[in-house]
Design a protein around this ligand. Structure first.
Ligand code: AP5
Length: 217
């Protein structure tokens, strides 16, 4: 099975939801750049303070900051067996940097890039109804509700709405995705590792489709 995986797709496509399922199935860590930024933001580290302004207005954190953060994460022992990246790379320079990192670690190149495709109106509905807990577990008030309203099923903590999940910021994030991240679809297509997945179906069906497509590569 491919073990250097990049999960692509617009904000709200379900990357985080699928990455959690897939990382368990494949036995590789789920590394989410957004989760790492939010963890730093909660702990008020210099990285979190720097990233906050960009995140809350729906813009990308500068490449140099993001690349060194991911480089540090990928250098940890749990990434030796492979990694499932969610939210990184998001720009051409980030994709180049990832290629260099993998080469340096003798890991070859990205060997699967599933791209979850969902129409824009569905993305807005998903993101404005999303509720998350501090530990990264994600729900939706309609499509994936917690058993008890406002409480995380997994760890019992309180659920909150992300500041960047307002209609206005979501629209900006989608625009930023189209301008800066969607060119990576062709980048990975040219490397023969792109898999397009219909993300507009129930979570378990998307999960099956992603797993089957990766296994086939
Ligand atoms: P990040 O956290 O990466 O946000 P994103 O890419 O915008 O993705 P989301 O987390 O919003 O959505 P998702 O695709 O993971 O969907 P989810 O599974 O949660 O980034 C946030 C910010 O950090 C960026 O804007 C930027 O500022 C900064 N940043 C991060 N990485 C960066 C980088 N590399 N470079 C620079 N800046 C960076 O699902 C969404 C909702 O839908 C949930 O409620 C879920 O329950 C529901 N759902 C999921 N699947 C389904 C389904 N099949 N059917 C129905 N509902 C579903």
């Amino acid at each position: 099975m491919p073990k250097q995986i990049v999960l692509l797709g617009p904000p709200g496509a379900g990357k985080g939801t699928q990455a959690k399922i897939l990382s368990k199935k494949l036995g590789i860590p789920h590394v989410s750049s957004g989760d790492i930024f939010r963890e730093n933001l909660r702990e008020k580290t210099p990285l979190g303070i720097l990233a906050e302004g960009y995140i809350n207005c729906g813009e990308l954190v500068p490449d140099d900051v993001t690349v060194s953060m991911i480089q540090e994460r990928l250098s940890r022992p749990d990434c030796e067996a492979g990694v499932l990246l969610d939210g990184f790379p998001r720009t051409a320079p980030q994709a180049d940097a990832l290629d260099r990192m993998l080469r340096k670690k003798n890991k070859g190149q990205v060997n699967a890039a599933p791209c979850i495709v969902v129409p824009n109106d569905v993305l807005i509905e998903r993101l404005t109804g999303r509720r998350s807990c501090q530990n990264g577990h994600v729900f939706h008030i309609v499509f994936n509700p917690p058993k008890v309203e406002g409480i995380c099923d997994v760890d019992g903590s309180e659920l909150y709405q992300r500041e960047d999940d307002t209609v206005e910021t979501v629209s900006r994030r989608i625009r930023v995705y189209l301008e800066q991240t969607s060119p990576l679809i062709d980048y990975y297509r040219q490397q023969d590792v792109l898999i397009e997945i219909d993300g507009n179906q129930p979570i378990d069906m998307v999960a099956e489709a992603v797993y089957a497509a990766i296994a086939e590569l």
